[in-house]
Unconditional design. Sequence first.
Lengths: 479, 120
Amino acid sequence: MTTPLIESELDSTGVAQVIVILKTPGAATSLASAAGDKKRISAHFRSSEMSMNSQIAEAGVKKAGGFLASAAAAKSVKAPPPVRYYPNLGIALGTVDRAGLAALEKDPDVATVTGAPPISPIWPEHVAAAKAPKDLTWGLKALRVEALWNAGYTGKGVRVGHLDTGFDGNHPMAKGAVLKFAEFDLFGDLKSPAPKAYDTDDHGTHSGITIAGRAAGNRHAGVAPEARLLSAIVIEGGNALARVLGGIDWALGEGMQVLSMSLGFRGWWDNFVPIMAVLRARNVLPVIAVGNEGPGTSRSPGNYPNVLSVGAMDENGRVANFSSSQSFARQQRPNVPYLVAPGVDIISAKPGGGYQSMDGTSMATPHVAGLAALLYQANPNASVAEVENAILGSCTLRPGMRPSRAGAGCPDAVKALKLLTGVDVTAKPKVKPKTKKKSKKAKSKAKAKAKKAGAPRPTKSARSAARPGRKAKGRKKRA
Amino acid sequence: MPSSRSKKPQKAAATAAVQAVVTLRPESWLDESDAKASRADQVAQRVLDRVRQKCGTEPERVKVFSNIGSISIAAEQRFIDQLAAEPEVLRADPNIQQESMKIEPRRKREVDFHGKTKKR
């Protein structure tokens, strides 16, 4: 009894590939070894042009119409055996014609004869390059910045002033992070020509990468990986006020929107008060570290009412012991800091390559500066007060955090974006219902119906436009 | 309660140059509706010219921070004192400070990206 597959092959080519399942597994072995029985079974099979052609095709020889292209080509290819035995499986595989098939089905050692369809791979429905999951520092995870990245908010187009010990522009995470680099002498004059971005210490590289570090492979340490730094050396090598002012003046002139300063004088120094006021008047958000001297202390300008004063928290949501905090006798924002951000065990870049872990409000500050950069990208026209309020409004006090030590608590990038723009990056997109594609039969039915209804036949150009890629069949020129 | 410790530039010999940073009153030069910094330059030059006339001396070196309305100046103490007394000037501070503004990290260690301390 033939199967539809075998019948179809016999009808079209006169032969069919079959799998013969033998009655006992041993039979295949004995058939393979016993000359008599093997000869009897093998006689039912025949050499087939199909198997020949597949050999020829493998040899790279063209074939015409599925048959041998030339005698020469046929001679160059070794003829395959008409039947192959698989003793361990108890089967034989080969090509038969109708007579051979009938003989096999009657053979006492044959249990079943079945068709041998061509095996094809199960092609995947969709192919995409494998993406390694992103490897983020704990600080980035705590702020939930990845959700903003996935929605396209990476700080692109935003300039962040970064005034510190410098910045190693050669670090793998620094590639493309620096828009401009400057160095100032003790008088506040810009050194010319400007050197390539380098660090006189390691503090600046660490803080700068936390603001705008690029991915190194799948590793991420930067909050705003597409923001651009206006980075300058303003400290170390001489404690000159003019250097810092020179840096602020320069970065402002270069269009900074956020100033990140992990710097400050211990205690209260009001010399920066008018400078910070100018920055806010120019719509620049100053994000300043509060200090590392613990409760009852703070540093200027990080303790001013007109800056975003940042303290440090650890991975467990606790305010770091060293994080400064202080109360002032003033009506506006009497208690500093105003918020806390990841500042303990913060991994960032080390000058020369590699990574360092550092603890400090200097590490917390660039997290907030980077967050501000993400928000400014989302709304470039936002005022400094709007961005600041969005950041502070997104903060939550973790269990055990006291406002006197933590301010409003730790910010949340997702909440801050929603407060500023109304965009909720965690909302699931609406799924469009699938439209059913018309089958060929349905299309021709619709065509026939239209014709019957007297609809005009589309013009040739309209028909061509509807089937892009198909070459128009032109009339052959008569000789 | 912490108090403002705005220090005047250190008094030295009358003719020795003193380095100071002078801050202009924002209301004298800042127009919040106009981002251009040219008014700070103009105000700074006007004030410096006035003090030159009053003191009869020239400063050794001047750098105007046009965008933030500050001046870095090296001049005789008398010049600095006169400059600080001008109505457009908010304050004058010594340029060289006793301490660095750098906030030293509390702990620092070389690690791999996952926080494992690197063996030297």
